[in-house]
Design a protein around this ligand. Structure first.
Ligand SMILES: Cc1ncc(CN)c(N)n1
Length: 235
């Protein structure tokens, strides 16, 4: 039986691009994400507004941390185009929090003050801490592998959900934003940067990249699950 490192190394010599190799580490979780009742409830309109409210509030907190993580990815990049790409995405994450969430929050009867008062929940805090930890202390490739599911999972979920949309206008608005051609172009640019790194990465760093990708894909599932259950701090 081959070890995890040998399996990953054999993929790296196969025809798969680096991003496709990483995707394999999160593929089983991605299949579960599509089946999660939060997402099926978005498209059939049965998701409770309280669960969606929780999600939008927590996503505001998440996007603040995500912007800081992307700034760290930008600082670790050496290619000037990648530096500019991730710095731009960090700035965009702040803008998304302001624009998309302001309109969604308004539609949900929430205010920015309510978002601040709710604070970052347990799953948001854990996910954000993991991202920031890897981006601050890992290599550039590790940082990229950790943030990649945030782009890629949302793009693919957006695409998938767009085929079904939602009878609920607020849910349809959220689905349209991640299923848009503009977001697709953003994700493709990050996948191109990821694939450009593939041959420069050593075996142990490659294993860590796969671990980060698998963990943050799991956190994506957990983020929707936390909203579905409206998880709060136990103490
Ligand atoms: C939790 C989470 N993950 C990813 C995304 C898309 N950037 C998001 N808005 N929120």
């Amino acid at each position: 039986m081959s070890t995890k490192a040998e399996t990953i190394a054999s993929h790296s010599t196969a025809v798969l691009s680096f991003s496709q190799q990483l995707w394999e580490s999160g593929a089983a979780t991605y299949a579960e994400i599509l089946r999660h009742p939060f997402l099926t409830g978005l498209t059939d309109g049965t998701l409770s507004k309280d669960a969606f409210r929780y999600f939008v509030i927590q996503d505001s907190h998440y996007l603040r941390a995500y912007a800081r993580a992307l700034s760290l990815v930008s600082a670790r990049a050496t290619d000037p185009e990648a530096v500019a790409l991730f710095a731009g995405h960090a700035s965009d994450a702040i803008a998304v929090e302001k624009e998309l969430h302001v309109s969604l929050l308004h539609g949900l009867g929430l205010t920015a003050a309510a978002v601040d008062a709710a604070g970052s929940g347990p799953t948001t805090t854990a996910y954000a801490s993991y991202l920031l930890g890897v981006c601050a202390t890992g290599t550039y490739a590790e940082a990229l592998a950790a943030v990649l599911p945030c782009y890629w999972v949302y793009r693919d979920v957006g695409r998938e959900l767009l085929t079904r949309s939602s009878p609920d206008p607020l849910y349809a608005q959220w689905i349209a934003s991640y299923g848009s051609p503009e977001f697709d172009a953003v994700v493709e640019s990050v996948l191109a940067v990821t694939d450009g790194l593939g041959s420069d990465i050593g075996p142990s760093e490659r294993v860590r990249c796969h671990e980060h990708f698998a963990v943050t894909t799991r956190y994506e599932w957990m983020f929707w699950d936390a909203a579905y259950q409206q998880l709060s701090w136990p103490i």
